[in-house]
Design a protein around this ligand. Structure first.
Ligand SMILES: Cc1ncc(C[n+]2csc(CCOP(=O)(O)OP(=O)(O)O)c2C)c(N)n1
Length: 379
């Protein structure tokens, strides 16, 4: 066996024949392509199903309107904070559409659109971001785990659920979403390691939107790409244009199908861009220039899809108006319902904490009940 030289370094790696317990797999099939996979604007686009294109279009338009409306609600004091996914709608929508109803979605705080596209009530999706102490929806209703604020903690949850489902013989795939910054967390490592060792039916979708708040990707990692991280865990890494809704849908669909038939996990890096600031509380002009944002405006997910639909004669004024009207009526409903003051019951603090309440919590609840009653009587 020849000694393999490390790039730009002395030859230090001297592999000996591996003992029987140490398996070695060929890394080549796991490696991502050097360029992100694209469909829109290529010859492959002609084969895309018109129904899928129109469905994606309607969802993208609705998603963009949702982002604008939710951001406006923060300015009106109706929402505490909103991490907009404007520019990233293709990832959000494709994630929702790649799953079956019986599958599970594990979103981060930026993934309200994926949850809404999966059927969650647009108002309930904002509960946590309104400042409530709970997630606002029953995770089991649409099989959507709580929108997760602590970075990457949703990933081991997804692996645990997927592994348990397989042990029980349930036909369930878990799709976990995370940002580029989240890939530097310990939870990312632990989740991917266990997922690959157990061959759990889980798909990891990293939305590489260029920044973790103000930290650009180059300061976050020295990996050749985030998709390359998959290889070290023994799962395939795939790189896709995150603004190409058809490409993301296809790559996710293939990874979900592979997980479902027992093929194990996949890590997908979707290269996209966060057009808005991190949240309404952030000023992105302090760490990035307008020209960069303008460049990405030319690679907008809605624009890319509109071009394809128009070229194929699938998008006339009527269809455009139908999609815009549907988005507008969703936004009007969101405004109206978010403008109503929430009715809060302090006793809710004690519900949904444990399946069976502890003695200590029962005592505290009784104490609060007595205080609230006394206050009521005093009024
Ligand atoms: C464990 C943890 N550390 C720090 C934070 C603070 N924080 C919130 S968002 C964020 C940046 C995350 O960036 P990225 O993962 O790229 O996702 P994006 O916000 O771009 O979608 C940080 C550091 C957090 N929420 N959780």
């Amino acid at each position: 066996m020849t000694v393999q030289e490390l790039p730009g370094d002395a030859a230090v790696y001297r592999p000996t024949p591996p003992p029987a317990w140490q398996h070695r797999t060929d890394p080549a099939p796991l490696l991502p392509d050097p360029e992100p996979f694209r469909v829109l604007g290529t010859e492959a686009a002609a084969a895309a199903d018109p129904e899928l294109l129109l469905r994606l279009y309607a969802e993208l338009v609705r998603g963009r309107r949702y982002n604008a409306q939710a951001t406006a609600l923060t300015k009106q004091g109706r929402l505490a904070v909103y991490p907009s996914s404007t520019g990233q709608e293709a990832c959000e929508v494709a994630a929702a559409l790649a799953l079956e109803e019986r599958d599970w979605l594990f979103p981060s705080y930026r993934d309200t659109l994926a949850a809404v596209a999966r059927g969650l009530d647009p108002v309930k999706a904002l509960t946590l971001l309104r400042g409530d102490w709970h997630t606002g929806y029953d995770p089991y209703e649409h099989r959507i785990a709580p929108l997760c604020t602590p970075l990457a903690t949703q990933l081991p949850h997804a692996v645990g659920l997927a592994h348990a489902a397989r042990l029980k013989g349930d036909d369930v795939v878990a799709l976990a979403m995370v940002g580029d910054g989240g890939t530097s967390e310990g939870d990312f490592h632990e989740a991917l390691n266990f997922a690959a060792v157990w061959q759990a039916p889980v798909v990891f979708l990293v939305q590489n939107n260029g920044f973790a708040i103000s930290v650009p990707l180059a300061k976050q990692t020295a990996a050749p790409s985030l998709a390359h991280k998959a290889v070290g865990y023994g799962m395939p890494g795939r790189l896709v244009d995150g603004n190409d809704a058809v490409a993301v849908h296809q790559v996710l669909g293939e990874a979900v199908a592979r997980a479902r038939r027992g093929g194990g996990p996949t890590l997908i890096e979707a290269v996209t861009y966060r057009m808005d600031a991190h949240t309404n509380a952030d000023d992105a002009t302090r760490y990035r220039g307008d020209s960069e944002v303008e460049t990405w405006r030319g690679h907008d997910p809605i624009l890319l899809l509109e071009r394809e639909l128009t070229e194929r004669g699938l998008l006339d004024d009527d269809r455009r108006k139908t999609a815009a009207d549907a988005a507008e009526s969703m936004a009007a409903d969101l405004r109206e319902r978010m403008n109503a003051d929430p009715v809060l019951d302090p006793m809710d603090l004690f519900t949904h904490v444990y399946a069976e309440q502890t003695g200590q919590l029962r005592e505290q609840a009784a104490q609060l009940r007595a205080e609230l009653d006394a206050e009521g009587e005093a009024r």
